[in-house]
Design a protein around this ligand. Structure first.
Ligand code: FMN
Length: 225
């Protein structure tokens, strides 16, 4: 697979097959992704990788933690989104919900089913491998942007192994459980998780591609004509 195909074929996978990933592949992905650029070569990413029994135990603890509450309203340690979104961002986010819940045949009015689908985030969508991506809380926006570079390097490399991924900020809300479980020191903040596995491409949750804005909506060209 070349780099163009890796970029084109990456999608946020929201259901994975019951198929384990070779541990050596996971280690290789985590190591190679660190070739990502970072300002001043700070390499600010901190990664916690889980599979097997520890992952199962974490999922059990999280299920107990969210039982009887709405996991969508638990506070992360950082504001995942502004409290109110505006255009064009609001429309894009709304359309993402229309696509996802439409693919799953979940009606807008079916609050219980929508919550249940959100909770699948906290089961890693059945993925056999989970990463938590954390950062030293004293670092700033430049280093947070570097985390995005690391995560994307990892997601594209995963395609090279035929693996699928889902970056998951929803896990930032679960820091109270994740932190002690993985032994994350107090100076680190949980940014997100990344689910890794072999995607179930017959599953309705993986049946759509999220659109992108037209080039002229986000790029100003000068001197190219
Ligand atoms: C940092 C980050 C966090 C995300 N968190 C979640 C999440 O918690 N749950 C989820 O289902 N998708 C999550 N996504 C996936 C986005 O919804 C997805 O990237 C976007 O809709 C574009 O779709 P695509 O990745 O399939 O191209 C996240 C993406 C990023 C980059």
């Amino acid at each position: 697979m070349d780099v163009f195909e890796a970029v084109d074929s990456r999608m946020s996978c929201r259901w994975f097959l019951d198929k384990p990933v070779e541990p050596a592949i996971v280690r290789d992905l985590i190591a190679r992704a660190a070739r990502a650029a970072s300002g001043g070569n700070l390499q600010p990413w901190q990664v916690y990788a889980l599979t097997g029994a520890p992952l199962g135990e974490l999922k059990r603890q999280v299920a107990a933690f969210i039982a009887g509450r709405d996991a969508r309203h638990i506070d992360a340690e950082y504001p995942i989104y502004p409290a109110v979104l505006w255009e064009p961002y609001k429309g894009r986010r709304d359309y993402h919900g229309v696509q996802l819940y439409g693919a799953l045949n979940i009606d807008r009015s079916d609050a219980a089913a929508r919550l249940r689908q959100y909770e699948r985030n906290l089961e890693f969508f059945n993925a056999p491998v989970a990463l938590f991506i954390a950062i030293d809380r004293r670092l700033g926006p430049g280093q947070w942007a570097d985390l995005g570079g690391y995560i994307h390097a990892l997601m594209y490399l995963a395609r090279g192994y035929g693996l699928d991924t889902c970056p998951q900020e929803s896990w930032a809300r679960i820091h109270e459980v994740v932190r002690p479980f993985v032994g994350m020191p107090g100076e680190q903040m949980l940014f997100c998780a990344v689910a890794i596995g072999y995607g179930d491409h017959a599953h309705p949750a993986n049946s759509f591609r999220a659109p992108r804005a037209a080039l002229d909506e986000f790029c100003t060209f000068m001197g190219f004509e």
